[in-house]
Design a protein around this ligand. Structure first.
Ligand code: IMP
Length: 417
């Protein structure tokens, strides 16, 4: 399951629904920059680090491709215990990387330094943690299993990071003993969760079980295929699940793309279908479009089929879930971006390969009539008002992908098949 837009597509609710038919749910990339909100049995869950499978008590794994903030991880484990869920369902890959306190400080300081050019990150240390992983100086989850190794790695890392913090970013350095005291405590609590996620998933698949890979962030935030540099530092796209978990790509047989019936984006970067004028604030209010992690206002736009067609391509999406259709119920007219007009005036239905072309792309709208009635009564997609059905049908037709699920309300049971 992958986010098909810029994140916040309502993946948490869909993954929660699918988790009930799954034996294992796996996160394969990202860290506590994700914010999955799930309403189940009248209770609201807000998860950042753990797979959404925990809500339904399903075995939940965090793969090697993830970065883990121990503080957030352990706080969510405590939350499970409070809600009566056995935390032993959670398995954490020893190959995942730890987010260290300096990663968070560097993320914040580097955004401040960039000023107007900032990426608008969640400031959770994601980019700096992945940068250290790629530089081969990261500290991994498995390092918590040996106190001597962990202390040594913290020592080596701090010797370099403190120079950067003081001289480049002009912020306070970290004290080795403080960090050690905190992380030694975390290490002890993390150790029982560490396991071999690749083997666990392989064995589950060999036993004919259902494994669900839960993408965080989204296609347009993919490090390689998103709107770089306004992206996250991992690969949310479907093929990232294979590397992020440690299985072959041939083991993935279906890819469900989750797209909101409109589009939102947090952080900076181009956004052709962003709404101009007061309708943007209205859509934000109606959809409750404020960040789960940062509380930031999300930028809102009409549905962009050019970007969604690209998501179908780079993920190999086999079906779509269209979420939050009910949020559009009040609008008399619903513009949908069906093509981009390029700088030379030509129109294209393909996503521009180069950043400056995307920057200059202008939306070409097809305006659909709204249904202007609540969707509460519908029990199936066929039971939706005619205009709402046409809206869904346009998406399926334009993208040549079936729309399998349609979200029409916040709770778990308001997803129509
Ligand atoms: P980072 O992942 O914190 O480095 O942030 C990089 C970009 O990804 C920023 O534009 C963030 O707003 C965006 N981003 C990261 N996680 C999410 C998410 O869960 N939903 C939406 N946007 C996200």
């Amino acid at each position: 399951m992958v986010g098909a837009q810029w994140g916040d597509e309502g993946k948490g609710k869909i993954v929660d629904l699918l988790a009930q038919q799954s034996d294992v749910v796996c996160r394969y990339q990202g860290g506590p920059n994700a914010g999955h909100t799930i309403v189940a049995d009248g209770e609201t869950w807000k998860l950042r680090q753990l797979p959404s499978g925990v809500v339904s008590g399903t075995r939940s794994a965090i793969g090697a491709g993830c970065v883990v903030d121990p503080e957030v991880f352990l706080a969510e484990i405590d939350q499970l215990v409070e809600r009566g869920v056995d935390p032993a369902i959670v398995v954490l890959s020893g190959n995942a990387h730890l987010i260290m306190p300096w990663h968070v400080t560097i993320d914040q300081a580097s955004e401040r330094r960039l000023g107007k050019l900032q990426i608008g990150t969640t400031r959770r240390g994601i980019g700096p943690a992945y940068a250290d992983k790629a530089s081969r100086i990261g500290i991994r989850v498995q390092d918590v299993l040996d106190a001597k190794i962990l202390r040594q790695k913290i020592e080596v890392a701090l010797a370099e990071k403190n120079v950067w913090l003081e001289r480049v970013y002009e912020v306070e350095p970290f004290d080795l003993e403080d960090v050690w005291a905190r992380y030694a405590g975390y290490a002890e609590r993390l150790a029982p969760f560490v396991g071999d996620v690749s083997l666990l998933v392989d064995e589950a698949l060999r036993d004919g079980r259902n494994v669900l890979f839960e993408g965080a962030q989204a296609t347009m935030l993919d490090l390689d295929h998103g709107t770089y540099p306004f992206v996250t530092s991992s690969n949310p796209i479907a093929s990232g699940a294979a590397t992020g978990v440690g299985i072959g790509p041939t083991r993935i047989d279906r890819v469900l793309g989750v797209a909101k019936a409109y589009v939102t984006r947090v952080g900076e970067g181009p956004f052709p279908s962003e709404i101009e004028g007061p309708q943007q604030a209205r859509l934000r209010e109606l959809g409750g479009e404020y960040g789960t992690v940062t509380g930031r206002e999300r930028r809102c736009g009409w549905l962009d089929l050019v970007a969604l067609r690209y998501a179908v391509r780079v993920n190999g999406i086999t079906s779509l879930a269209l979420t939050k259709l009910d949020v559009l119920s009040e609008f008399a007219e619903l513009p949908v971006c069906v093509r981009y007009r390029q700088r030379d005036g030509a129109e294209t239905s393909h996503f521009p390969a180069h950043q400056s072309d995307f920057h200059h792309a202008e939306p070409v709208w097809q305006v659909l009539p709204g249904w202007q009635t609540p969707l509460d009564a519908a029990a199936t997609v066929d039971g939706l008002p005619t205009e709402a059905r046409h809206y869904v049908e346009l998406v399926a037709r334009e993208l040549d992908v079936p729309v399998e699920l349609v979200g029409v309300g916040a709770s778990r049971d308001r997803v129509l098949a």
